[in-house]
Every structure is written in C-alpha cells, then in structure tokens.
Design a binder for this molecule. Structure first.
Ligand code: SF4
Ligand code: SF4
Length: 425
C-alpha cells in the first residue's frame, strides 16, 4: 500500500537547527513531547532526523495485543493512547526506533503526521523534510481480491500490476483471463472467467451485456498480455471497441510471449532478442517496428484509452478511476508496460527502475485519450537517450552503435507521432 509519507530529503540538516523538533513538541493531541529525533554525528559530518517510517507492512501494528495501533484513512500508523497498556512489544519489533516510551507513563508514542498536517515539515526552512501526499491512491485503495503469493518469476512486475489494479477497481468485478503469465484463476476471490487467447474481448462482452440486462454495474475486467491483445485476439478487441462494449480491458505488455518461452509478439521492439528473433551470424534480434496498440485503440474513439506503468502508481491509479467511470458508458482500454526480468534479462530488483527509464527516455510515453482528446499525463520534454533504457537489460546487449541509433530514431518518430495527435486534440 502507498501511504502519505514524510520524506527526509537528505542528510544536510544544519548541526544547530532543531526547528522541526521544537515544532513537533508544540503539537496538540495525545502525543507528548517531540516524536522526532535528531542524530548528530559531527565526526562524520552526519546530521539527520529520525522518525516513524509509517511502514506499509508495519510490524508494530501486527504485534500490538490490544489493538492500540491502527492505520488511518491517509495510511498513517496511529496510536490510540487510551488502548495502549505500555507493554512495549511494538518498541521491540520496530526496526527504525519509530515507536517508543517517552512520556514517563506506561504508554508508547509515535509520530502520527499530526493528523495529516505535519508541523515539522512546515517548520523546516531547509527543504529537508517534505510531506508527500498520495491521496488518490490511499483514499481509494481497497483490499485486493487476490490471495497472498502469486506464482510469478522473481522480480516480475505483474503481481504489483494485479494488486494495484484490483485495489482501485474493487471487488464488484468479473475477471477475465487467458493462458498467459497472469495465471490468476485459482488465486482470486472474485468470479474468474478463463477464455482462449483469441476470445477474451468477446467473452467479456457477453457477460457485460448480461449485467446490463439485469441492471447491475459489475465491471467486466480483462487483464491480458500483449500476445492475446496485439496478435491473437486483436480482431476481437477491435470489434468490441468498435461496438462500444462496456468492458475494462487492460493489456499488460511485456513485449513477447513470455509464458510459452519468450517468442516475439507484434509489440516486441526493434533489435530485441527473443527466442524467435535470435542473435547470431544472421539474426540481429527483432527487425521492423512494433504495433502501437494503445494509439490504435484511441483511433477507435472509445470512451477511454491510456498508457500506464507501475513506476508512476498515482498516474495509473487516476487512469483506473477514469476507466472505471468510462466503462459505464462504453469500452475503456489501458496499456500497461510490464517489464519481464526473465524475457528482458535484467536483475530481479530492477523492474521499477527499468519502467521508469522507459518513460524518461520517451520509449513509453504516458498519455490518455478522453472524448476524442489525447493529452500527455507525464510529458518528458528533455528525454534521456535510449541507452539509459536499453543498458538496463541484456535483450539489447548485442546492438551496435548504428542499431542503437536506429532504435533511437524509431523512439523519436513514435513520440513525434503521438505529439502530433496531442497537438491536434
Ligand atoms: S513504528 Fe516502526 S514498525 Fe511501526 S510503522 Fe513506524 S517505523 Fe514502521
Ligand atoms: S506498547 Fe501499546 S501500542 Fe505498543 S504493543 Fe503494547 S499496547 Fe500496543
């Protein structure tokens, strides 16, 4: 879960400054005295503040035997002083020293973000403490309908995609899936409809029409890969779009058929190695340019189209909310770039970094189309060179300087094409 966060920007706290601590000490409520501390290690020129991290999986909250700790609507871990018996178990499990005895009573205390208006960050004149609100995400996130532990490769961004999607879209859904990496059938607590790779959109259409007939708002949500969307099922997706069927269709694009052994799809980029676009004495990876499926969907003039990634979760959350509304009137389509550590060949901890590089190089621009108007939602005016994306993975490792230049040219042309349409909107 993403929470509102008090960000400590750097370690350059001036040694003599204690304004945040003074401000914290003057706050009202059941917290006594400052719950923010300063660590001064002048011998190594280290001056930093220490406070509760508001962990998304907070151990303190899990161990409290009295239920004194809970999560606020803004995602903050808060302490109900009246229920705390001062057993200190929470103090023992917190790895950050974020909750402790301090008031001489048999009570614990901790930072509660001053009820979503932290005094410390307001008092900091040095731009070191910053309070970041994740309002769209936190206010609308619900428990997701997935069981713990999904069977993906280590480092796969798919679990994040599934959970993020279902937390925002909610549980009043029927989920549609086809043979793919995204094997959710036995892992979801909502109705699941398994189809072939060719007929996801038409199956979802039939069920959504039934719900319309019985006047129910249940959302028919398809989460399908690029193979089933851009290749095998494209005709069905296009036909459902043309008819304006009320389905929410999310394509997770990992740019190849990963589940069956990394074969090229029509979204595989120029130069990429796959098992069917080999690199050797004759092959140089995928030749030609990929199909721009989200742009094609936008040209169907459906209710809502967007591109999204998991490196920008609030952007994705906003788009899901719009799609959830749009699907009451017609089809909504979101195309999510979903890096695959196995097929793209990068280290398992780098999925978000890779995704971010895709956006910041304009390899994968973030935009949305509503009411016939296309606009960027995160415009990158000074993009990084494409090597900052390709260099993070091995599927492009064989590319020569000339081939990298070719890929850059494609990225520039593709971005210019979207920019032209945006300008016309
Ligand atoms: S008190 Fe510790 S464990 Fe609890 S949320 Fe804060 S940092 Fe995390
Ligand atoms: S000290 Fe208070 S908040 Fe911490 S575990 Fe005990 S009862 Fe819960």
């Amino acid at each position: 879960m993403l929470n509102n966060t008090l960000v400590v920007r750097n370690t350059n706290c001036p040694p003599s400054c204690a304004l945040c601590i003074e401000a914290c000490g003057q706050r009202a409520g059941t917290v006594y005295g400052p719950v923010i501390e300063k660590i001064d290690l002048p011998e190594v020129d280290y001056h930093r503040i220490l406070t509760c991290n508001q962990c998304s999986q907070a151990d303190c909250l899990a161990v409290c035997p009295t239920g004194a700790l809970s999560r606020s609507a803004a995602g903050t871990v808060v302490l109900d002083d009246s229920r705390c018996v001062g057993c200190s178990i929470c103090n023992l499990v917190c790895p950050y020293g974020g909750i402790y005895h301090k008031n001489g009573e048999a009570k614990s205390q901790k930072c509660d973000h001053c009820g979503d208006e932290p005094k410390c960050s307001q008092a900091c004149p040095n731009n070191i403490l910053d309070y970041k609100k994740a309002s769209v995400v936190t206010e609308l996130m619900q428990e997701d309908a997935l069981s713990p532990g999904l069977p993906y490769c280590a480092g796969c961004a798919m679990e994040l995609l599934d959970r993020q999607t279902l937390r925002i879209v909610g549980k009043d859904i029927v989920l549609f899936g086809a043979p793919s990496c995204n094997v959710l059938s036995s892992k979801v607590k909502v109705p699941y409809y398994g189809t072939l790779m060719t007929n996801v959109a038409s199956s979802a259409t039939g069920v959504s029409r039934y719900f319309r007939k019985i006047k129910k708002d249940t959302i028919c949500l398809a989460i399908i890969g690029d193979g089933a969307t851009a290749d095998l099922g494209f005709g069905q997706v296009s036909a459902a779009a043309e008819r304006g069927e009320r389905i929410l269709y999310i394509c997770y694009d990992n740019e190849a058929y990963m589940n069956t052994g990394i074969q090229r799809s029509s979204t595989t980029p120029f130069g990429s190695w796959t098992n069917t676009t080999q690199v050797g004495s004759r092959g140089r990876g995928r030749q030609g340019t990929p199909k721009n499926v989200p742009l094609l969907m936008a040209f169907h003039n459906i209710e809502y189209v967007a591109t999204a990634t998991l490196a920008y979760p609030e952007d994705y959350a906003r788009k899901l909310l719009k799609a959830k509304e749009a699907v009451k009137r017609g089809m909504a389509y979101i195309h999510v770039l979903t890096p695959c550590p196995t097929g793209w060949k990068f280290e398992t901890e780098h999925a978000v970094e890779v995704t971010k590089a895709a956006v910041e190089t304009n390899y994968f621009p973030l935009w949305e189309a509503e009411n016939g108007v296309i606009r960027f939602t995160h415009e990158v005016k000074n993009p990084a060179p494409i090597q900052e994306f390709t260099g993070l993975m091995k599927r492009f490792a064989h590319l020569s300087t000339e081939e990298i230049a070719q890929l850059q040219e494609y990225v520039d042309q593709s971005y210019a094409q979207i920019k032209r349409v945006v300008s016309c909107g």
